[in-house]
Ligand binder design. Structure first.
Ligand code: HEC
Ligand code: HEC
Length: 296
């Protein structure tokens, strides 16, 4: 046995001992067969690695290559005109062929995917659902709205739609005074109405107060003169100018579906968008249900 081999074996022994120290330190239970097999694997890998590398280092020292040299010579280092090793060349070709198969016929382009199957099934189901309930009557819509509401909306809006003490919109009234003031001060541009954005600071001081009270009170009684500035976009009756801007008086279908599609960040917090989660019939059902809540 030459000195190189002895060094390699010594190094392998050091690695194995280090592994054993770690096993001891971490209190790994070697009576567990899985742990034991893993341990034996680690020992085998250490021994093999050093056995094989010692063999090749040794070979590099003693082997003498021969054959025809190429004409080029790089600072005294020449290159043999060797044939490509057959095993290497065939593996290289094999990898190329496998890569083509992989992209054309194999995974992932054409393969079965659970997510793809799930999406297809949901799509097919939703189409069927939309078809079945295309002409649903008010009572069915309201029931459907209630059941969707209990799952998707109640966690924030409360089971009865009371907004859980101000954590989310209370559907008993269209909007609180604070919410209207917030919109007057900060403007609003997230709901995607045809009119676009509402600019901030639309009214100030006592005017803003009077308007907010009027809107939050359900737009009953005498309209404050300052509401004229709002009328230009929301309509004289505040009902949104045929869908151009939000209806401030009641929850119409447009307000609900704009909110569901875009979500809303407002005075009391943020509501996420439900764009991909609800079908058009379900959105309509929710609108019907919320209208029934605010009518009470
Ligand atoms: C330039 C047109 C314009 C004017 C003027 C205007 N608004 Fe708006 N308002 C809008 C639009 C458009 C939206 C919806 C914006 C969005 O996409 O969020 C909106 C949203 C709102 C909202 C939020 C509604 C909701 O359901 O989230 C409130 C409240 C509101 N406006 C109140 C008022 C009041 C009160 C005034 C008068 C002081 C007023 N607006 C003046 C165009 C206007
Ligand atoms: C993560 C909590 C959360 C969930 C879930 C949620 N909302 Fe909301 N929603 C809010 C908050 C907060 C507001 C008030 C935003 C504000 O301050 O104007 C709101 C406001 C609203 C408004 C009033 C929008 C306006 O501009 O007047 C409607 C309508 C609404 N939600 C419907 C729903 C429906 C329907 C669902 C179920 C599909 C739902 N929300 C689920 C938090 C939530």
């Amino acid at each position: 046995m030459n000195s190189l081999m002895i060094k390699a074996l010594a190094f392998a022994a050091v690695l194995i001992i280090a592994t054993l120290v770690v096993v001891k330190q971490m209190n790994i239970d070697l009576s567990d067969p899985i742990n034991m097999i893993t341990m034996l694997g680690a020992v085998a890998i250490a021994a093999l690695t050093f056995g094989v590398s010692a063999k090749y280092v040794n070979q590099m020292k003693t082997d003498r290559a021969e054959g025809e040299l190429t004409e080029e010579n790089w600072d005294g280092i020449g290159e043999y005109k060797n044939e490509l090793p057959g095993g290497w060349a065939y593996s290289f070709l094999g990898v190329l062929i496998w890569a083509m198969w992989y992209f054309i016929a194999g995974y992932p382009v054409n393969a079965f995917s659970q997510i793809g199957m799930w999406n297809e099934e949901v799509k097919a189901y939703n189409t069927k659902f939309e078809e079945t309930h295309k002409n649903a009557d008010e009572a069915t819509l309201q029931q459907m709205g209630e059941s969707v509401f209990l799952v998707q909306c109640a966690p924030c809006h409360g089971e009865t739609g009371d907004g859980l003490s101000g954590k989310a919109q209370d559907f008993g009234s269209r909007m609180s005074k604070e919410q209207v003031l917030y919109a007057i001060q900060n403007g609003s541009n997230q709901l995607g109405y045809p009119m676009g954005a509402m600019p901030p600071m639309m009214a100030q001081g006592a005017d803003a107060e009077a308007i907010a009270e009027y809107v939050a009170g359900g737009m009953k009684g005498e309209q404050p003169a300052a509401f004229a500035v709002c009328s230009s976009c929301h309509g004289a009756d505040g009902q949104g100018n045929s869908g151009m801007a939000p209806n401030l008086a009641v929850y119409d279908e447009a307000v609900v579906s704009h909110t569901l599609e875009h979500g809303k960040k407002g005075q009391i917090g943020k509501m996420p968008s439900f764009k991909t989660m609800l079908t058009p019939v379900q959105q309509k059902a929710l609108a019907v249900y919320i209208q029934s809540l605010s009518a009470n």
